[in-house]
Design a protein around this ligand. Sequence first.
Ligand code: ATP
Length: 418
Amino acid sequence: MNSVVAASVQQRSVVLVTPDTELRHKLSSLLSDMRWQVFPASGGAEAMMHLGSLEPEAMIVDHWLPDLDASEFAEYAATVCPATDMLQMDGSCNGSKVRSARRNELLHALREAQECCVERTPATGGFDGAAWLHAPVTVPFAAPMAVVKEALPEVAEEVKMHLPEFVGDALKMRELAQQIRLVAPHATANVLVLGETGTGKELVAKAVHRLSPRAGKPFVVLNCAAIPEHLLEAELFGHTRGAFTGAVSSRMGRIEAAHGGTLFLDEIGEMPLPLQAKMLRFLENGEIQKVGENEPIRVDVRIVAATHQPLEELARDRRFRPDLYYRLAVFPVEIPALRERREDIPMLVEHTLRKLGDSMPRKSISSEALSLLMELDWAGNVRELCHMVHRAVILCGEEAGIRPEHILLPGRFSAMQH
Ligand SMILES: Nc1ncnc2c1ncn2[C@@H]1O[C@H](COP(=O)(O)OP(=O)(O)OP(=O)(O)O)[C@@H](O)[C@H]1O
């Protein structure tokens, strides 16, 4: 083939998203033979990285992705790359966009790959897709989706979960989950989480990490308010032996410990100004210098910072470095206070009772007690609610369910003792 034609044919690119390693390899090789340039991805996060840098001609997406809801991912991909033709693993496509010649070509590769991978069981272990795989031979190609859905009720539920370990269905929480899912795959975008105490800032940080390509690497936490000011620098950047009184051996700092992964900096508003300057330097050039060491070390870390303070306002008043603020707040998200999403309270109570049920007899809650919980203001947000439910379960004793008397309101404990 002459080189000009070869080059133009080679330009056809396809992003192939499936957690099934065998199927991915087989399909990649078949498509490459058909002169497609293949960008394989094992999940939605990895696929989004490809979409950030190229607009492929086509995309093949599995029904189930380990990290993102497959249909939401497809919707996202359609907005980022509107010209890309999208093909599902069952052979269906989004509307009539996929041109028939291309569809037939991709379908042919799909069929062949599936016939080769008889035992199709994704790494996620969610389902045994053998029946589905045989489908191209025995039933029309578009039918197997229903088979997969039937076989997968639990996985389908899990996919609908908003964020890992995160309970909440209020509109604001769903919007938050959507934002997290979108930013998580962008592995170098720093995230600033704003929210009152106990709203779940650390949970959000963990979700950003777990849904990102950094998921297999460390997630390290540092609470800037919990470490005395004079020790914070060594804790963050590490120190050499003898760098200061008490430094009996050299030690790796939290930034280096998070190399490849994510560092969650809680209460970032408490970071002293001189240290903010050093943090800024690290964010600008990706290098850290241990206390007592001259040689810098290169580290690759994503920062998720959190605060209950109005950081933008602090930056405006120069009580927090504005340049650092802008570096951290590449993608700010705000978690609403519990009193702004009272409809989530029953779900959170149920979640807490279920968790407590692992270590003590499972309790229920009366509707009167639940109504009482729905009325409170929850200055300590979800954490306070969880603790109050825990106390109520203990006060319940042998009784099967929590009643209003078991809800320990401020002042009620001393009243009970008299
Ligand atoms: N949406 C949620 N679903 C389930 N559990 C939650 C949720 N939000 C918070 N929690 C629970 O509440 C507790 C507090 O959460 P977390 O530590 O993430 O809050 P935080 O905002 O970081 O608090 P602080 O500002 O005090 O550090 C944890 O036990 C967490 O598991």
